[in-house]
Design a binder for this molecule. Structure first.
Ligand code: HEC
Ligand code: HEC
Length: 275
């Protein structure tokens, strides 16, 4: 009697573990559930050459493995491998040496994912990046984003050249930018950049406000001029008009000042003063 009870417990344990392994085994996305005796994919592969039924089971098992399941948050480790193709321009750790290419180090996963999607569809126009993103899946984009998010952007040096003439005469370039970055330009309806990009320019990963701190100023100038002139990334539901509205009233000189202030921004010294 006692022996039988022990046997019963052992059987229950065996059944539970069998069910658990069944649950974790990939199942075909559609079609009837396999019979309890269906071989696992590995067993089927082993017997495929001689057993036609097993071969069918292998084929049936493939879609469950290949069809991407629900997209999951990015995996930085997977992203590191996938970002190999990007290093030539953006640098191994996302700190590009050449100001032609934006730094991606420290950028947020969601922001990178959004931009890669927009490049792929042509909603953000750039021939190089359209090509580079063409083969990326949604999951690749997240993994790559997660990888760069783990890196730290190196800060540049803000330009402290004194402006000789005009409305900002006697001020340094970065001072013009610092003022607008922190307090906006109310007379032109420009909000403080800190409202969304934060005092150290780190942005906000949730609503996809990009990290700006340390970015090459030439890149930031080009983006700000594009937005100032009414440019918007994304079409219809994907369009984000926030920036084209925020920077409408900026002059080229103010944009220059903002971009150089941003390049010098980093967490250790939020004021980025170079004196
Ligand atoms: C041949 C050079 C080159 C390669 C290789 C390259 N990029 Fe780019 N990337 C650029 C340029 C140029 C831009 C700026 C585009 C613009 O002006 O809008 C850019 C912009 C980006 C941006 C937008 C950054 C921002 O701050 O908005 C992301 C994200 C990006 N690249 C990711 C990648 C990824 C991921 C790869 C690899 C799969 C990659 N790039 C490979 C040249 C390159
Ligand atoms: C209300 C929020 C908000 C404010 C205020 C704001 N931004 Fe932005 N900014 C965004 C968002 C959102 C994006 C990304 C847009 C997209 O993905 O289409 C962005 C993108 C940018 C980019 C492009 C970054 C890149 O890597 O390509 C720059 C540069 C920028 N902002 C600078 C500024 C500056 C300078 C100010 C202040 C004058 C400012 N922003 C004010 C929300 C804001």
């Amino acid at each position: 009697m006692k022996f039988l009870r022990i046997l019963g417990v052992a059987a229950a344990v065996l059944m539970t573990s069998a069910m658990a392994s069944q649950a974790t085994r990939p199942q075909p996305a559609t079609g009837p559930a396999p019979a309890p005796t269906a071989p696992t994919a590995a067993e089927a592969t082993a017997g495929a050459a001689t057993d036609a039924v097993a071969a069918d089971a292998t084929v049936a098992a493939i879609p469950a493995v290949v069809v991407a399941g629900p997209v999951v948050p990015g995996n930085a480790e997977a992203g590191a491998t996938k970002a190999g193709a990007c290093a030539a321009c953006h640098g191994l750790d996302g700190n590009s040496a050449d100001a032609l290419y934006p730094k991606l180090a420290g950028q947020h996963e969601q922001y990178i994912r959004r931009q890669l999607k927009l490049f792929k569809s042509g909603e953000r126009e750039n021939a190089i990046m359209m090509g580079m993103s063409a083969a990326l899946t949604e999951q690749d984009m997240r993994d790559i984003g997660a990888y760069y998010a783990t890196k730290k952007a190196t800060a540049g040096v803000a330009d402290d050249t004194v402006i000789a003439a005009g409305p900002n005469a006697d001020k340094k370039f970065y001072q013009v930018g610092e003022k607008i970055f922190r307090a906006g330009k109310p007379s032109a309806g420009v909000p403080a950049c800190t409202a969304c990009h934060g005092p150290t320019g780190r942005g906000n990963p949730g609503p996809s406000y990009p990290s700006l701190g340390g970015q090459h100023s030439a890149y930031t100038v080009a983006r700000l001029q594009f937005f100032r002139d009414g440019g918007v990334w994304g079409k219809e539901a994907n369009a984000n008009v926030v920036m084209s509205q925020a920077v409408k009233g900026l002059t080229d000189e103010e944009i220059q000042g903002l971009a150089t202030y941003v390049e010098g921004l980093h967490a250790a010294n939020a004021t980025a003063k170079s004196e």
